[in-house]
Design a protein around this ligand. Sequence first.
Ligand SMILES: [Zn+2]
Length: 278
Amino acid sequence: MNIVLLGPPGAGKGTQAKRLEDKFGLVQLSTGDMLRAAVASGSELGQKARSIMEAGQLVPDELVIALISQRLDQPDAQNGVILDGFPRTTAQAGALDRMLTDKGLKLDYVIEMKVDDALLIDRISGRYTCAKCGEGYHDRNKKPKVAGVCDRCGSREFKRRPDDNANTVRTRLDAYHRQTAPILPYYRAKGVLQSVDGMASIDAVTKALARILSGQPAVAPAAKAAKKAARPKRVAKAARRPAGGGKARRPAKAKPARKARPKAAQKRPAKPRGKKKL
Ligand SMILES: [Zn+2]
């Protein structure tokens, strides 16, 4: 079983990938790690990659695909792999598909960990850790019981990762949305795209991912999922609906409001705008 896990930085993708590795005997492939390993090994591909990178150029897709291809042949990857950070373009997605097809393999699932940008920014930019024992805290969600004192070790020193600030997180999220926007429709059209609520608890996300990898739909509303459990085809249809095209940046609330607006606006167009002018 080969899967692609999509999710913005900070959504817990690494944690989830690790759990899926353990649970399903999969191997997580990060193209960055693979490139570094190839260069370090001095293999033919590695030498090629090194000279390209030393020249300050981007490693071409074919080379990355070749690396993934080689990696898939190794014994530990026989149960399948979790791709993380690749593909990022539809060209890469197409090349990946062709390579897998040549091997008699396929991409079984592309799973998007959906996040609420504003919530994720709050979650990440509010976090800090004890400098001594590493205990995690959050400005709002998890303050120390005694202000300024670590619950676990009593230390009064805390630290924040410099890139855990709202601006940096926003930039990372925007980059992620730009990258995934084109490949989501590609995979949706192929019928392999699924999504999970990336804002749920770590355990709940793992559960949702495990359900998908076990061939069960994960995104249908709980009540419907229970009713339709006996009819997997219909649930699969329902499961695809909330995945909506390229709307990841818009909060879910905006959708009904926008649809309702034209009618409401005709009846009393001045109400909200008029207030602003006053
Ligand atoms: Zn501590």
